[in-house]
Write a protein that binds this ligand. Sequence first.
Ligand code: NI
Length: 146
Amino acid sequence: MNLKKHNHLAHDEKHVKRISMSLPPKLLLEFDKAMKKAGFSDRSKAIQTAIHSFIDEYDWKAGDNKTGAGTITMLYDNHTYDQDSTHTQHDYTDIISAATHVHLDHNNCLETIMVKGKIKRIKELAKNISENRGIKSLKVYFVTTV
Ligand code: NI
């Protein structure tokens, strides 16, 4: 059992570093507008969220050996879906934490698989599933656990 301490976002003064940054005024104006629309009142918090998204995106593209967590969400036609794909999931128990299946209507199923582990392995699973002919749509949401 891994009892490593959870790495929650630190708000303590001793756990944050102050930085100053230069931005073109128009960009800052647009950022402030966007963060208000998104419901942020604290600019530091909004920038922190933006930085996380930046890291998540970069790691997903280039950091195959890094680890993180996320979801694979897929919509499929249960009449054409090759059930071997369900067996595929059995080969990835090292990264699959949970799966939820919803029968949307007579034809469509929505399934979300929660994963954690190496990016390379998550990509492999997503690729394997997407090759199933019943899949109509597949999306991966990934977060780096910093
Ligand atoms: Ni179903």
